[in-house]
Design a protein around this ligand. Structure first.
Ligand SMILES: Cc1cc2nc3c(=O)[nH]c(=O)nc-3n(C[C@H](O)[C@H](O)[C@H](O)COP(=O)(O)OP(=O)(O)OC[C@H]3O[C@@H](n4cnc5c(N)ncnc54)[C@H](O)[C@@H]3O)c2cc1C
Length: 332
């Protein structure tokens, strides 16, 4: 059921088996599995998943390689609702461990917001990350091309960049190392620092040895048409022609609502075991938020693993279900 401001109250006394934070690739996969195990689940999603910005999913078995992420999200939500999952558009602000249950505090609606609390025995953290983009004064200019031929994921889109003139847009010296990996696909690399940091002499020399260029003058705007970036204009007016680009400026991690649980982290990623369990036995983390490869196929698989292990645990605690009528018939 799609929950809204109007019917929120009906759901607040309920104790769900699982609350899934995030309705992207991992969260929807977990939700569909949970519902199909006849468990009760609530997915809370603030929208605009990383997968929403994915204009073309290139490497997922069975789908045409130009499938937009938003199509998968729509289909996934419909699928989840069709197996009686509960879905709420809202922002999870905090998860509090109450012992047997977790209290999940949510902000619903930007205007005249409501702050309901929902409860569950298990939490699946599927809230993902979002990529930092080149910080221009006019961010609309960046959104025009980001996710099209201005990529954010080399694993996803390196293939599309093969032997093209590529801009690598970095936010730190460490990200410059990405050039050496990107060279597997194309060696025609120009690194743009946007004047954000000083490049060390050691790094300059490593880059120069490979024939790559470094441009430190800040970028004024990306150039192109029909979402196809074909170069950048620098603040001094210079135009640098390009065929494609890769932004490697780090990410924002959607994990603040978990702070009070003190989960084990590696950097900003949650550490989990093979089935997605974090350092808290009833909190699972899946998809981009956990340590691992940031891919749709992985997030979808993570959802299946976490849901199945939660089901196994609940099933074992509940024990086998007797065929009561048969027992009664035998007894009489
Ligand atoms: C431009 C682009 C292209 C890509 N191309 C590919 C590709 O070709 N192949 C591939 O395999 N992968 C690709 N990816 C990566 C892929 O999108 C991610 O790996 C995948 O979406 C991760 O799924 P997830 O469920 O972990 O996170 P997401 O799909 O990002 O879902 C997380 C959801 O949680 C929500 N959320 C966050 N915080 C909260 C909160 N506090 N309360 C409620 N909800 C919250 C978010 O809004 C979002 O809806 C691409 C990514 C981008 C950006």
């Amino acid at each position: 059921m799609q929950i809204s401001k109007q019917n929120l109250e009906e759901y607040q006394d309920k104790i769900y088996d699982v609350i899934v934070v995030g309705g992207g690739m991992g969260g929807l996969s977990a939700g569909i599995y949970l519902q199909r195990y006849n468990l009760s689940s609530l997915i809370i999603d603030k929208g605009k998943a990383r997968s929403f910005w994915m204009q073309e999913l290139h490497n997922y078995l069975g789908l045409p390689s130009d499938t937009p992420g938003r199509n998968l999200l729509k289909q996934g939500k419909d699928h989840y609702l069709s197996v009686d999952g509960d879905l709420l558009n809202g922002y999870v602000e905090e998860v509090i461990d109450e012992g047997e249950t977790f209290a999940v505090r949510v902000k619903v609606g930007r205007n005249q917001s409501l702050y309901p609390t929902f409860r569950a025995k298990y939490i699946v953290a599927a809230s993902g990350i979002i990529d930092n983009l080149v910080p221009l004064d006019d961010m609309k200019n960046v959104y025009e091309y980001a996710g099209y031929n201005l990529h954010v994921c080399m694993v996803c889109d390196g293939y599309e960049m093969t032997d093209k003139r590529a801009g690598l847009f970095v936010g730190s010296e460490n990200s410059i190392k990405m050039a050496f990996g990107l060279s597997w696909f194309t060696p025609k690399i120009t690194i743009f620092t946007h004047g954000l940091f000083e490049v060390s002499d050691e790094m300059r020399s490593k880059v120069a040895k490979m024939g790559y260029r470094i441009i430190e003058t800040p970028i004024a705007e990306f150039l192109g048409e029909n979402h196809q970036m074909n170069g950048v204009k620098l603040v001094d007016g210079t135009v640098v022609p390009l065929d494609t680009g890769l932004i490697s400026m780090g990410s924002h991690y959607h994990n603040t609502y978990l702070t009070s649980l003190n989960l084990e982290m590696q950097g900003q990623n949650l550490v989990t075991d093979k089935v997605g369990r974090t350092s808290h036995p009833r909190v699972f983390a899946i998809g981009d938020l956990k340590v691992g490869l940031n891919q749709v196929a992985i997030a979808v698989g993570d959802g299946a693993l976490a849901a199945t292990n939660i089901w196994k645990e609940i099933r074992q605690k509940t024990g086998p279900r007797p065929w009561v009528e048969n027992l009664e018939a035998v007894a009489s």
